[in-house]
Every structure is written in structure tokens, then in C-alpha cells.
Design a protein around this ligand. Structure first.
Ligand SMILES: C[S@@+](CC[C@H](N)C(=O)[O-])C[C@H]1O[C@@H](n2cnc3c(N)ncnc32)[C@H](O)[C@@H]1O
Length: 350
């Protein structure tokens, strides 16, 4: 039940490639959860952590009860349902998984339900990786897991993950809510896609969620129509604020293919973190050159229509998650505004 992406969408970006220098951000060697005695430890140049790593490192793991009290609990529940659907639809029982930007390990249980045999999690935020590892040790899982603190968009994966964990190749590579941090320039986007594609087996899947460039573009266009000097939009729950809004004659709002920076704030989750518009056409084309063919692309509103409202096993799953399965907009409308900025994608390695 895979919907193919619509062939053409209006071009909102040009194709100039910014070949910026490769960065070196904070790094740390990985550790093995299966060997409980090993810790996440720094390689020695981990002092200058990036702003993103600092932000996620600083966020406390609220714990289950506090999470339930969150004003954006319906958004979090919905996002978890989307990830569960992707994992069940595209993950493989008995498979090996690479969770890039896996954070505090929020998807460990989802992978357990999928029945995988091994997971490698990597994230730039050292504290989050350590929490993911602790979470793995505290919970019961039927798979093996390894954890690495590394910059997955600035360093080749083989610099940190030992060869014996990169073979046999992965069945699934997952980037949930993190790919947009790597779209600051061409070099990082390209290295990220290398890290995704290089160790993914033929027939294996790459799944991801990130803000949808078409949603960002159309919402900014609406804001500019209301106020020509506008650079931001949002509501009581979220705010998106662009540094620069370039205009062209035929396209009043013009996004750069890389480095189109904005800050994103979301109540009770993200405080003004810099993100970058992921140019979908660029991503699809770069991925294609690395042997990754897109099999699904839809924003979360479409995803809800297809996998939630229209029935089938994932509608039942949504019901079990406590999502209002009979409603086009299954939560507070403003919160739905924040949810529907995102898109989900799936690719297959040829
Ligand atoms: C919104 S969190 C998502 C975490 C997790 N995937 C989830 O869905 O719960 C984004 C994650 O991306 C990670 N991230 C950002 N830039 C990264 C990079 N260059 N390399 C690895 N991880 C990165 C952050 O540290 C953070 O844990």
C-alpha cells in the first residue's frame, strides 16, 4: 500500500550547490550496550559541541508521567504513530537497523515490536546517546544494540562504527526528525546520504521524517501575502522564523537548495533551534544518484488520510494510541498546524 509521489511540483529553489567546507563538530567514540561496562567516551576533540548537540544534550528526559502532561501530548502521540507505521511498513523482521539521529532512543520499543535482530544508533548529542544506551539497558529488548556519539552529517560513519557492525549491510536506515539539520550545505547533505546509502543492502529501506519544503513555502507565502515584510509564521504552539526571504520575479519566495536557514520553536519541545529547508527535488535527485529510489513521499496530513482515516491495520494502531480516528483533524487545530509541517518518506536501495 505504497503511494508513489506525484511526479511534478512547482520549483521553489534553484540548483546551485554550495560546496562549503567540511565541518568538524564534537565527536565521541561509540560504545557497546551489549557490553554493559563500556561507556560513551570522548575522542578528545569533543569540547566544542554544536548548537544542535548542545540543545538536545540540555533537554531533560522528562519521564513517562511528565510526558503525558505535556501541552503537545497529542502531537507527540501522532508523531510516534507516524514513526510506528513507517517502522512496521518498511522495517524488516530479523533485520539490522541503523538509527541516525536516534537521540534518546525514543524508537527502541518500536524497533523491538518490529522484531529486528540488531540496531546501531548514532547521534551528535553525547548526553542523548548515553541516555539512549541507559534506556536500552533498563528496558527489555529482544535485539542487540550499539550506540555511537558522532556527527553523522560531517563524518563518515566508518570513522566511528567498527567494520564488524557495518557488515552484513543494514536492512533499514532511519532518520526521524533530524535530516533537516544536515541540509546547511551541499557537502553535509551529500555525506549524510553517503552514510545512509553506503551500508544499506540492495532491497533495504531508508525512512525519514522532516519538515516539508512545500508546506514551509506555502505558509510563508500566505504570511507574506498578509504582510509583505513577513519572515515568519506560526501559532500558539509553534513558530518558524526565516533569516532571509529571497524574492525573484516569477517566484515571490525563493528558497535556496541548501542553507535556507530558519529557526523553529515548538512549545515544550524545541526552543528556537536552527534548521534548514530540505529541498525535496534536490534530496530525491541526490538520493537517486546513490541508488535510492523514492517509494513514498507525503506530508503528515496526507499520511493521516492514507494510513489513518482510510482504514486498515494502521487505523487500528492509531486507535490504540488514543488518536481520534474518525476525525480529519484528530487534535486541536493549532497543534495540527504544527504537526502538518512535516513529511514522511521512504526509499528503496536498488
Ligand atoms: C528531534 S530529535 C529526534 C530524535 C529521534 N530521532 C526521535 O525521533 O525521537 C533530532 C536529533 O537529531 C540529532 N542530530 C542533529 N544533528 C545531527 C548530526 N549532525 N549527527 C547526528 N545526529 C544529529 C540531534 O542530536 C537530536 O537527537
Amino acid at each position: 500500500m505504497i503511494a508513489e509521489i506525484e511526479a511534478s511540483k512547482s520549483k521553489i529553489v534553484d540548483t546551485n550547490k554550495d560546496q562549503a567546507k567540511k565541518r568538524k563538530r564534537n565527536t565521541a567514540e561509540g560504545s557497546t550496550a551489549a557490553e554493559a561496562e563500556k561507556d560513551i567516551h570522548s575522542t578528545g576533540n569533543g569540547k566544542a559541541s554544536s548548537l544542535v548537540a548542545a540543545h538536545y544534550n540540555a533537554r531533560q528526559d522528562a519521564g513517562r508521567d511528565a510526558r503525558k502532561q505535556s501541552p503537545i501530548i497529542d502531537l507527540k502521540t501522532f508523531n510516534n504513530w507516524v514513526k510506528s507505521v513507517l517502522i512496521q511498513q518498511y522495517g524488516q523482521k530479523g533485520g539490522r537497523v541503523f538509527d541516525i539521529g536516534g537521540g534518546k532512543g525514543g524508537d527502541l520499543k518500536k524497533w523491538d515490536k518490529c522484531g529486528i535482530r540488531e540496531l546501531v544508533l548514532a547521534d551528535i548529542a553525547e548526553v542523548s546517546v548515553s541516555q539512549a544506551r541507559d534506556r536500552f539497558m533498563d528496558q527489555r529488548h529482544r535485539f542487540k544494540a550499539e550506540f555511537f556519539a558522532m556527527d553523522c552529517f560531517g563524518e563518515p560513519v566508518e570513522d566511528h562504527v567498527p567494520a564488524n557492525l557495518l557488515s552484513p549491510l543494514f536492512d533499514t536506515v532511519s532518520l526521524q526528525f533530524c535530516l533537516h539539520y544536515g541540509w546547511d550545505n551541499y557537502a553535509h547533505a551529500d555525506l549524510m546520504l553517503d552514510n545512509i546509502a553506503k551500508y544499506l543492502k540492495a532491497g533495504g529501506t531508508f525512512i525519514a521524517t522532516f519538515p516539508d519544503c512545500y508546506e514551509l513555502h506555502s505558509r510563508l507565502t500566505e504570511a507574506v501575502a498578509r504582510d509583505p515584510s513577513a519572515k515568519s509564521f506560526g501559532n500558539t504552539f509553534y513558530n518558524v522564523s526565516f533569516d532571509e526571504v529571497n524574492r525573484t520575479e516569477d517566484n515571490p519566495i525563493h528558497f535556496e537548495p541548501f542553507g535556507q536557514r530558519y529557526t523553529f520553536a515548538l512549545t515544550d519541545a524545541i526552543d528556537e533551534v536552527a534548521e534548514f529547508v530540505v529541498d525535496w527535488r534536490e534530496l530525491e535527485e541526490m538520493a537517486r544518484k546513490k541508488g535510492l529510489r523514492c517509494t513514498y513521499h507525503g506530508n503528515f496530513a496526507n499520511f493521516w488520510q492514507e494510513f489513518g482515516l482510510q482504514g486498515g491495520p494502521f487505523r487500528n494502531l492509531a486507535d490504540r494510541f488514543g488518536i481520534r480516528i474518525n476525525q480529519e483533524i484528530p487534535m486541536n487545530e493549532d497543534l495540527w498546524g504544527a504537526v502538518t509541517i512535516y513529511a514522511a518518506v521512504a526509499f528503496v536501495k536498488e
